[in-house]
Structure formats: structure tokens, C-alpha cells
Design a protein around this ligand. Structure first.
Ligand code: SAH
Ligand code: AVI
Length: 531
């Protein structure tokens, strides 16, 4: 084939591995490969399981893929599940399959130097070396071992100088290059075995902590795995059928909530924004310098910029939410914008959370941040427990900035939860869609309607799904029957007076330091101190 045609082939680097977890080291190797080998793209081949490793240590494959996409965070890095789709375990077979279906691609196999150490144990390693050019990138402490490894010695005659690396992808294998200057201190093994200080013991197999794209770290406490089914069955078995509002927030629900915040009728978001912006100076002055912010239920992280901008030397922002993909997407995006380290924690705020202190630069104190009146979605007892747990999480000397909705005219309240465009109804009905799609329940969403009203005795908006006619939800052999008009209670949204909020706070380790509200007295923000 003439050289001109050859250079038109797409040059693709292949980085194989379990990506358990993916980390900056994978990204560094890929970026170095793109630049030094003149590649068009790097494909990360996420292997379902490495036959040389114990299968029990693997995080869920979907989680590894998802996290890899976030960590890669680059238009020329493609995360691929090719090996899973093809049922392939060995690199030699994967390369044959890839070349067969991509005859016009010039593949290069990429490896960290640690990979070269035991390369001679890979199945058909000589076949691999004869099939594709290889590029090996130095990792700390591996230079000597890597170049002294059996495979390196046997292939020594085929090693080219890094100065000629641009030619590698077009050179007939066996051929390889070693880059001695691409060290990166992280490896998946080191991250998995790392104990995060005395304050955070990672002792459950399913917890995962990793540097993650633009994020300083991502801590996944796997909050919702497996509970949805049990919670739905338990909730539907009650006399007043009910389900926790935390199940609203899958990807669709989170997006619908974002739409709710922009509705004409839904006054809380814009009123809270006005309270924050009009009192920004007083609020940030009362918080003081070098606070590390921990936002509960951060959603789209829409309410953080004014705070970081106003605070004196803010130390870090940690976004926490139960909705994993939405959290990762939004925390990663805000990390590109904020001038401070940003991290993410996927957790249920009804469970204890310990913060990985040694992964953040030293901060003077934690500032809990809980805007949006999400605290109103908890019962009074749950709110009390939540505040008590938060005092524990954030530690002595912490502060807590909480936004909450105030009691007001019933018509204004009810309109906010019965918008004309039906977005709130869709948000409510999304729960039925989830129960049907994810749990395989038999139900007809058309048998239900959105129903929201203000319960004056309890100072709360209640949202329900009301049966329009007698109907049944079948799930796992259970039959949950609804009479006409019977409801599934899906959410409470409590409204407070300042006095009642302070009385609640006084039952917890927090004390009210300051409060602010808008002119109409529709929405308030309180700064609490943990003394
Ligand atoms: N703070 C944002 C979003 C509020 S919506 C704002 O003020 O606009 C409520 C958020 O809380 C959602 O992002 C939802 O995913 C999250 N959430 C709900 N229940 C949760 C739980 N039990 N644990 C953690 N996050 C939860
Ligand atoms: C997140 N939370 C404070 C919202 C609220 O107003 O209770 C959720 C919501 N439910 C219906 N509309 C908005």
C-alpha cells in the first residue's frame, strides 16, 4: 500500500483494563498517547473481569463504564464496552476481533509500565506483540522492573526511540516504544487499597472513591441499590399507601424538577435566590473565611456560585445527592467553573455520612448548605434526625445555611404544586413510570392522576397519586388494590414560620445564629451554628 494511503488510516490507541476504578493515571496515559503518537482517538476497553484478578474485587460493570466516561472527560477518548458485548476476556482475541471489523484503523496497544511487568503472563502475549505496535508509559517505581521484565527483554530488539514515536502506529509489528517521563502517582490498586484517614473507613465492598475528571474526588456510598423494590412493597402495604419522595429523582425526575424551578407558579426557587442575593454580603460575612461547603441534595448545583463568589477564601465545594448520574454530570460541570476544588458524594442524606477530610485542602470549618426547602420534604422527626446527623458529619465549629419555605396564602401554595403546564403532575407520575419500568410492576398510569393540596393542620403541601377508578398494582406476586379516589402519598412539602423552624433547630445540636427573608415573607434562610 502506498505511504500516502497508509497515513489516512485512523490511528487509534487502545487502553485495556478493568478500570476498577478509572483514574487520572488512565487519562494521563491517554493524553500522552494522543500527543506523542499522533493518535486520532484512544479507546478505553473496559474488561468485564481480568482473569488474573479475583472477580470479587470488581465494582459493578455499568458503574465502571459510567465513571470511566466521567474521568475520561475528553472528546478523543471513547469508553467502550466492546469486550462485554462480544463476550471477550483476552486481549489477543479482542485485538483480532477489532482488526477484523476495523480493517482501516491503525491500532496501537497502550500500557502503563506496570502492565509490562507481567505481560509475559498474558494469554498469547507474543501474538499481541506481533499484531499491534505497543506504547508503554512509565509509572512511578516501575522503570527498572518494566525494562527488566521478561517481555521487555525478549522484545528488546524491536524497541524504538521515543523521538520516533510518531511513526509507531504505521510501523509493522513487533515494535514498541517506552516513554520514561510519563509518571503519574495513581493506580487503581493504590486507590482501592487507600484508607481515607481515620475519619472515613471504607469497609463496605460497594463504596468507591476515586479522583474523577475535573472532580477532586467522587465518593459513592451506593445509596439506593436494591432498596427501591423493598420500599415500594412496604409503602404499598400500608393503610395509607406511601413512598419516599427520594424516588422521584432518577435522571428524568431530576430534569423535571429543574423544569419546575422555572415555572411561573413555582415561586420558591426565584424567591430564595432573591433572599440570597439581596443578603449575600451579610450572609457571607457571618460565615467567615476558609469554609468548605457541603451541599445536601445539590441537584443541578444551581445555587453555589453566589456563595463561593462572596465567601472569603472558600476552601472547597462538595456536592452531595442521591441521583448519581445527575450529580456527576452537574458537579463535573460546576468544577470547570468554580475557582476551588470541587468533589461529589453520592449518598442518601437519611443515612450517616463521613467526609473524607484528607482529600481536601485544609479548611477552617465545614459549612453545610441545604437550599431549596428540601428540608421541608422531611417529616418533623426526620428533619430533627437529619439535623442531628449533619452536626455529626460536619463536626464541631461547623455552620449550616438552610433555605426553607414559609407559611403563606393557600392559593399561592396550591398553585405552585398544580402548575398549568402539568410539569409537577409529570414529576409525580414519573414515580409510576419508574415502578413499572424498573421493578416490572403491572399497573396502568392512566388509572391515576396527580393530586396536590395544602393541609393546613400540618402546614404542608401533600402530593398524592389518586386512583381515578378501582385499580390494582401487581408487583412480585403482590396485588395492591386501590378503590376509586384512594391515594398513594408521594410527598410532603412542609412550610414553616421562623418560630417553628427555630423550635425544630433547638431540638438538635444546632443554634440559630441569623436569619433572612424576602419582603413578602415567603421564603427564609437561616444560618445555624454547631456549638
Ligand atoms: N438543592 C437544589 C435541588 C433541590 S431538589 C435546589 O435547591 O434547587 C431536591 C434534591 O435532593 C434532588 O436533587 C434530589 O435528588 C435530592 N434528594 C432527594 N432525596 C434525597 C436523599 N434522601 N438523599 C440525598 N439526596 C436527595
Ligand atoms: C425539592 N423540594 C423542596 C420540592 C418542593 O417544593 O417540595 C419538590 C417539589 N415537589 C413538587 N414540586 C417541587
Amino acid at each position: 500500500m502506498p505511504p500516502s494511503q497508509k497515513t489516512e488510516r485512523r490511528r487509534i490507541g487502545l487502553l485495556g483494563g478493568s478500570f476498577n476504578p478509572p483514574h487520572q493515571g488512565h487519562r494521563e496515559i491517554s493524553l500522552a498517547a494522543l500527543e506523542r503518537l499522533g493518535l486520532d482517538a484512544v479507546w478505553w476497553l473496559v474488561t468485564p473481569g481480568n482473569p488474573l484478578k479475583d472477580p470479587k474485587i470488581y465494582a459493578d460493570y455499568e458503574d465502571r463504564l459510567r465513571l470511566a466516561r466521567i474521568v475520561a472527560n475528553h472528546p478523543d477518548i471513547v469508553v467502550s464496552d466492546f469486550e462485554r458485548r462480544r463476550g471477550l476476556t483476552y486481549t489477543a482475541e479482542t485485538l483480532d476481533a477489532l482488526q477484523a471489523i476495523n480493517p482501516n484503523a491503525a491500532f496501537v496497544w497502550l500500557m502503563g509500565a506496570d502492565g509490562l511487568d507481567n505481560f509475559h503472563q498474558w494469554k498469547e502475549w507474543r501474538h499481541i506483540a506481533e499484531t499491534v505496535p505497543m506504547a508503554v508509559f512509565n509509572r512511578p517505581g516501575h522503570t527498572d522492573e518494566a525494562l527488566a521484565s521478561e517481555a521487555a527483554k525478549e522484545l528488546a530488539a524491536f524497541r524504538i526511540d521515543p523521538d520516533n514515536a510518531m511513526l509507531l502506529s504505521e510501523t509493522e509489528p513487533p515494535v514498541w516504544v517506552f516513554f520514561p517521563d510519563t509518571e503519574n502517582p495513581l493506580s487503581s490498586t493504590a486507590i482501592r487499597s487507600r484508607k481515607i484517614s481515620h475519619s472515613l473507613t471504607i469497609d463496605r465492598d460497594d463504596e468507591l472513591i476515586a479522583p474523577c475528571g475535573a472532580l477532586a474526588f467522587f465518593l459513592d456510598l451506593n445509596p439506593d441499590l436494591g432498596d427501591f423494590r423493598a420500599d415500594v412493597i412496604e409503602g404499598l402495604s400500608k393503610l395509607q399507601k406511601s413512598i419516599s419522595p427520594k424516588y422521584f429523582y432518577d435522571e428524568t425526575g431530576s430534569k423535571l424538577f429543574d423544569q419546575i424551578t422555572e415555572l411561573e407558579e413555582y415561586y420558591p426557587t426565584r424567591t430564595e435566590k432573591a433572599v440570597f442575593l439581596e443578603n449575600a454580603e451579610a450572609i457571607t460575612a457571618a460565615i467567615g473565611s476558609r469554609a468548605a461547603i457541603f451541599e445536601y441534595g445539590s441537584g443541578s448545583s444551581e445555587k453555589i456560585e453566589w456563595l463561593v463568589k462572596g465567601l472569603e477564601e472558600p476552601a472547597a465545594y462538595v456536592a452531595m445527592d442521591i441521583s448519581r448520574d445527575h450529580l456527576l454530570e452537574n458537579a463535573s460541570a460546576i468544577a470547570e467553573v468554580l475557582p476551588i476544588p470541587v468533589a461529589a458524594v453520592c449518598a442518601d442524606f437519611h443515612s450517616p455520612i463521613e467526609l473524607p477530610k484528607d482529600l481536601l485542602p485544609s479548611a477552617d470549618h465545614w459549612l453545610g448548605y441545604f437550599p431549596g426547602s428540601t428540608i421541608g420534604n422531611m417529616t418533623r422527626d426526620a428533619a430533627k434526625d437529619f439535623l442531628t446527623r449533619a452536626a455529626d458529619t460536619l463536626g464541631a465549629g461547623a455552620q449550616f445555611l438552610v433555605g426553607f419555605d414559609l407559611v403563606k396564602d393557600k392559593a399561592v401554595l396550591e398553585a405552585a404544586y398544580n402548575d398549568a403546564r402539568g410539569v409537577t403532575a409529570a414529576f409525580n407520575m414519573n414515580l409510576l413510570r419508574r415502578i413499572k419500568a424498573e421493578l416490572g410492576a403491572r399497573l396502568d398510569p392512566d388509572d391515576f392522576e396527580h393530586y396536590a393540596f395544602y393541609n393546613e393542620d400540618e402546614d404542608r403541601i401533600e402530593m398524592h397519586l389518586r386512583a381515578l377508578r378501582p385499580t390494582v398494582i401487581e408487583l412480585d406476586g403482590h396485588e395492591f388494590s386501590f378503590d376509586e379516589g384512594e391515594t398513594l402519598h408521594t410527598e410532603n412539602s412542609h412550610k414553616f414560620t421562623l418560630e417553628k423552624f427555630e423550635a425544630l433547630v433547638n431540638q438538635t445540636p444546632w443554634r440559630l445564629e441569623k436569619s433572612w427573608a424576602d419582603e413578602k415573607g415567603w421564603f427564609a434562610a437561616c444560618l445555624l451554628g454547631n456549638r
